[in-house]
Every structure is written in structure tokens, then in C-alpha cells.
Ligand binder design. Structure first.
Ligand code: ZN
Length: 363
């Protein structure tokens, strides 16, 4: 057993006695789990509210599988979860740390707030636990580590699947609960800001943390998110949660040329389309006048992706369109929605290599 203690900041609840019960041979992650519990308690007590108990235990149990379960105080994990070796992961992702944060988040999402057992319920438990864990990962390891974690989680989108489906507000299956839901919350955070989204979550907890009926549903979450989202972005909220929306975004061509003033002019030819898919798989193209990020990036360095030279929202309409921006240095990559905030089943064509523009005749 590994033991540690977490002390809350003044006025933020009680100290927590942390215990990790593990197989003696599975000794390489318990310290990492302790770090995950501590970082999670720091972040969640600050962002969501106090942790109600004086103990938190992670308990390994035998059997094949990597599943975990976050009951109040006791978090159970199957022994295969112990086999993750982040130090040997070429993707450089501390997955056990992130999963620990997800399980600690269930102390709020699922334990303090228990949803009604109806469609959309998993949005309030699994999706919010992942969304909250993203904040712990980013705060502890930085935005680049979070980007790698999101990239790994996005792989599930790329396995072939029908686009038919219910809107997130009616989510019941694991794909919506563990992937599409957290990504929708993350996208909203990038559009309206972490402070606003987390204020909405605190408000939800304040109103619904008693486990007496009426228990909250995804509509209660939606009401809180709408209250913190500017009117100008209500369309996005509806696309993310009320409909089964897909964006089809692609960069067909990206060129750059130096200007007389020493900057570089980047010209992007992009293509956009937005469709809503119903449960039978019928696709309906819908009007689009959406804010979508346009990004231009410096060359990669030391294995890390290049720094953004330009990253701003642009109004994007359906069909082909040309976008021209100025950047201070020669760029390497450019494209539309480079951080994959919007749900696009072919994310690889969002960003392309920037080619040096061929001077036209007379120039
Ligand atoms: Zn979970």
C-alpha cells in the first residue's frame, strides 16, 4: 500500500488520506496515481467545489481487463491497468495519470451529482469526468500533453463507423459518452473559455448534487451551458449537443510568399460543408456561417509541432473559399480547424504543407 495525504487550501473542505492498494509486483505506477489524485483534488476543489470525504483509495483487483470504477471513496481498477508503462510510451502520454484524474472526477460527476437513468445520463458522468480530467492534464503537463492525449482519444473516430446517430443530449453508448461528449465540451471550452464552462458546471453541481429526485438530466447541463454561452455561439451549442452534426473541412492548397515588408502572405484554398445525420443515416446539408479556426504554423522542432504563427476564428461558409493571412515568418503548415475542435471524420486533410508560391508572370 502506498499512502499520502492531500491538504486542501484554506476553506476548501477537509484533508484527504490517499491509499493505493496494489499487487506487490505492479509497483511502477502507484506514485504516479498519488500524483494524479493530488493534482485532481487541487484542480477539482478549485473548479468544482469541495471533496466531501476524508479518504480516497485506488484498489487493484485481479482479472483481465483495464476497466476502473469510481465509487465514492473507493476506486477499483483491474490489474491490466497496471501494465501501462508511460515512460516507455513513444506517444509520450501519461495515460494512467489521466485515467486517475477521470476516476477522481467521478467523485463529483456520478457520486456528488447522480443523473436520472434516462437518455443523456452518461453525458453527466463519463463525458464530464473526461472533460474535467483534461483540465488536470493540461494544468499539470501543459497544453501540448493535452493535445497528444486528445489525439490518441480521437483515434476512435477514425475506425469505420456509421455517421447515423442520436444527438449528444440523448447519448447512451460508450462512443458518445467517452469520446464525442468530452470533445464537444472541450470544443465549447475553446470557443467560450474555461472559466465560463466551469462556472456552468459549478452551477449544475450546486443545484443538483442532492441525490433526491428530481435527478438531473442532460437538459439541465444544457441549460447551464447555454446560460454561459454568448448568443452569437448558440448555433455551435446546438450543433454540438442538439443535433448529430458533422463538419467536413479540408485544405486543398496552401501557398506562401514573402512580402516587401518582410512578412509572409499565406493563401489558403479551403472547402467546407456541414451536415446533420439522423438515426437512419439520412444526411442533410445545413446552412453554414460558422466561426472556424484558421491556423498557420512554423516548422516542427525537436519532434514538437511548430508554434502557431497565426490562429484565429474566421467566418466560414459552405463550398470552396480563399483565405489570405499575414504571418511574421516562413510557415510550414496551414489549414482549417487545425486543433480539430469540430467533429470531422477525416481530420487528416484539415492541415497541409505550405508550398512556396510560384511568382506569376510580370512579378
Ligand atoms: Zn468513468
Amino acid at each position: 500500500m502506498r499512502e499520502a495525504r492531500w491538504n486542501p487550501p484554506a476553506g476548501a473542505g477537509r484533508p484527504v488520506h490517499i491509499q493505493i492498494f496494489h499487487h506487490p509486483g505492479h509497483a511502477w505506477n502507484p506514485d504516479r496515481m498519488v500524483r494524479g489524485v493530488r493534482a485532481s483534488l487541487d484542480y477539482f476543489t478549485n473548479e468544482l467545489g469541495p471533496h466531501p470525504h476524508g479518504q480516497m483509495r485506488l484498489i487493484e483487483y485481479p482479472g483481465t481487463g483495464v476497466s476502473l470504477h469510481g465509487a465514492p471513496v473507493n476506486i477499483w481498477y483491474k490489474e491490466e491497468f497496471s501494465l501501462f508503462r508511460p515512460d516507455e510510451d513513444p506517444r509520450r502520454i501519461d495515460f494512467p495519470f489521466a485515467v486517475t484524474a477521470h476516476e477522481v472526477a467521478h467523485q463529483w460527476w456520478g457520486n456528488q451529482l447522480e443523473p436520472a437513468s434516462v437518455e443523456g445520463g452518461p453525458l453527466l458522468t463519463e463525458s464530464l469526468s473526461w472533460y474535467s480530467a483534461f483540465g488536470v492534464v493540461e494544468k499539470t503537463y501543459g497544453p501540448e500533453h493535452l493535445r497528444r492525449l486528445l489525439g490518441m482519444m480521437r483515434e476512435m473516430y477514425l475506425s469505420p463507423r456509421a455517421r447515423a446517430g442520436v444527438p449528444l443530449l440523448r447519448a447512451t453508448d460508450t462512443f458518445l459518452a467517452y469520446r464525442k461528449g468530452p470533445f464537444a465540451m472541450h470544443a465549447l471550452r475553446e470557443y467560450v473559455g474555461e472559466a465560463r464552462v466551469n462556472a456552468a458546471l459549478r452551477s449544475l453541481l450546486r443545484k443538483h448534487s442532492a441525490t433526491t429526485p428530481p435527478l438531473p438530466t442532460s437538459l439541465d447541463l444544457y441549460r447551464e451551458l447555454r446560460a454561459v454561452t454568448p448568443d452569437s455561439l448558440h448555433y455551435l451549442l446546438a450543433d454540438l449537443f442538439e443535433a448529430n452534426t458533422y463538419w467536413e473541412l479540408a485544405t486543398k492548397r496552401a501557398t506562401a510568399e514573402p512580402t516587401a515588408s518582410g512578412t509572409w502572405r499565406v493563401t489558403l484554398d479551403v472547402h467546407a460543408r456541414k451536415v446533420v445525420v439522423d438515426t437512419a443515416g439520412t444526411e442533410t446539408e445545413v446552412p453554414m456561417n460558422d466561426l472556424v479556426q484558421i491556423g498557420v504554423f512554423a516548422p516542427a522542432r525537436d519532434g514538437a509541432p511548430g508554434a502557431p504563427l497565426y490562429l484565429r476564428m474566421h467566418r466560414i461558409r459552405p463550398g470552396p473559399q480563399r483565405i489570405t493571412v499575414a504571418v511574421p515568418r516562413q510557415p510550414a503548415l496551414a489549414g482549417i480547424d487545425p486543433r480539430h475542435l469540430l467533429i470531422d471524420v477525416t481530420p487528416d486533410d484539415n492541415v497541409g504543407q505550405v508550398k512556396r508560391a510560384v511568382p506569376g508572370p510580370g512579378s
